[in-house]
Design a protein around this ligand. Structure first.
Ligand SMILES: Nc1ncnc2c1ncn2[C@@H]1O[C@H](COP(=O)(O)OP(=O)(O)OP(=O)(O)O)[C@@H](O)[C@H]1O
Ligand SMILES: [Mg+2]
Length: 428
């Protein structure tokens, strides 16, 4: 198997010949390790370095390569870093162009960059190597991953979100999914440039945030929900007190007055869990102007709906769903699971009076993320939610369309078209 461009792309020296040599050496070293049936990830750096030195020197002399001693030392250091540290993920973690890293066992490493998923030619030595890299990531966080705890969700010190799932749950080797933290988060201007929404939609959303609409951002996984929530939250007035609740803190709001809270999973003994519901309940005692819940995924749904209905207007959250209507269905289902006591009708009324807007985002096959609909939820009629689509994306025409109808919510009623524009901070 040959290393493709991904293998050669990463490294300190960027000349193609050098990178090519490095890639061939890496492969050779992995073959040596497999042939020698040794397990270098258990060795200390010195032993590993001397093993790598021996094999690399042999390769250089066998192939009569014009590589000097200094280069060999350099290559040894590179290879050792590759076999220790985060192994083949090291360079991917350092590359700002890479957004997601997905490892399916030792031989398959995918990345997402520029909105596209790519299969790299990088690989680990074997499943144990993957395990050790994952353990190395989790150990400083005090998290354990083994047969008794085969599933871990964590956040790295740099803010990247990590999920690992291993045997006996993962059948084809350890799986790792990393959503990298963007040091430079996407702004409204980026979303406009990427065609996620148009100016009219941004202006409308900006106004909606300003007049304290309760907004639900829905979409499937990786569709850009959190990113949009982050962008919208930036239009909240600086003077307001925001409290965020997340499983793994991702939001970067840039406000002075933000309290960030993060849930805590149970420890190894199964104790000490602090759920999103616990946190949302606590938040209500913290005098927040607005609550921003990273994602609605469980029993916290009831507390959030109540908060939205009782003086915490302007709260926002995201939810995994296939459409705006589906998002409301999921809210109902989660509320049912959370032990909602009333009738279905009462629940729907509660949802309808809590949520003002549902913004649905989607990831298209070309990698672009777009807002496919902005729906206003006005009421429940004949047992059905009444959703008015204010903006939508027409996939055939490849453009955004506005219905032209004004939102019905009282929140917009005092606004003239001019003051609507002025209500939220101007888009940047
Ligand atoms: N509008 C956009 N245009 C281009 N890239 C985007 C856009 N929104 C998000 N992204 C990128 O897509 C990836 C996923 O974004 P994000 O975390 O916001 O998705 P999500 O829907 O919240 O995912 P999850 O379901 O895993 O929580 C990130 O790498 C992000 O930088
Ligand atoms: Mg998210």
């Amino acid at each position: 198997m040959e290393f493709g461009s991904m293998g050669m792309e990463y490294g300190l020296k960027q000349t193609e010949g050098y990178q090519d040599l490095k890639a061939r050496l890496h492969r050779y070293l992995i073959e040596c390790i497999e042939e020698d049936q040794v397990s270098p990830a258990d060795w200390n750096a010195e032993v590993l370095s001397s093993y790598a030195h021996g094999r690399i020197s042999r390769y250089v002399s066998t192939n009569r390569l014009a590589v000097n001693r200094e280069d060999v030392e350099y290559l040894v250091r590179e290879m050792v870093a590759e076999l220790t540290g985060y192994g083949p993920l090291q360079a991917l973690l350092a590359d700002d162009q890479v957004n997601d890293i997905l490892v399916n066992g030792a031989k398959h490493i995918f990345i997402e960059r520029g909105g596209r998923l790519e299969h790299t030619n990088l690989r680990f030595i074997d499943d144990n190597h993957v395990m050790r890299v994952i353990q190395r990531m989790l150990a400083p966080l005090g998290r354990r991953l083994d047969e008794t705890n085969p599933m871990v969700d964590a956040r790295l010190p740099d803010g990247s979100r990590v999920n690992a799932i291993v045997a006996p749950l993962a059948l084809d080797g350890p799986c790792l999914s990393i959503r990298k933290f963007r040091r430079d988060p996407l702004r409204a201007g980026d979303l406009l440039a990427y065609g996620t929404l148009d100016n009219a939609m941004l202006e409308f959303l900006c106004t909606a945030v300003g007049v304290r609409c309760n907004i639900l951002v829905s979409g499937s996984t990786g569709s850009g929900k959190t990113t949009l929530l982050n962008v919208l939250s930036r239009y909240i007035n600086e003077s307001e007190r925001l409290v965020t609740v997340e499983d793994a803190a991702e939001l970067q709001l840039g406000h002075h007055h933000v309290v960030r809270l993060e849930t805590r999973p149970p420890n190894v003994e199964g104790e000490g869990e602090v759920s999103a519901r616990d946190l949302v309940r606590n938040v209500l005692r913290m005098r927040p102007d607005r609550i921003i819940l990273g994602e609605i995924r469980g029993t916290e749904v009831l507390d959030v709906l109540q908060a939205m209905n009782t003086g915490h207007d302007g709260s926002m959250s995201t939810i995994h769903a296939n459409s705006g209507r589906d998002a409301l269905g999921r809210i109902g289902m989660l509320a049912g699971l959370a032990g909602f006591q009333g009738s279905e009708g009462t629940l729907k009324d509660m949802v309808a009076s809590a949520i003002d807007l549902v913004v649905h985002v989607s990831r298209f096959s070309d990698g672009a993320r777009r807002i496919v609909s902005i729906d206003e939820l006005s009421c429940v009629r004949d047992g059905q939610y009444v959703l008015e689509t204010l903006f939508a994306y027409d996939a055939l025409e490849k453009r955004f369309t506005g219905s032209g109808s004004a939102p019905r919510s009282d929140k917009f009623q005092h606004l003239t078209p001019q003051s609507r524009r002025a209500e939220g901070s101007p888009p940047s």
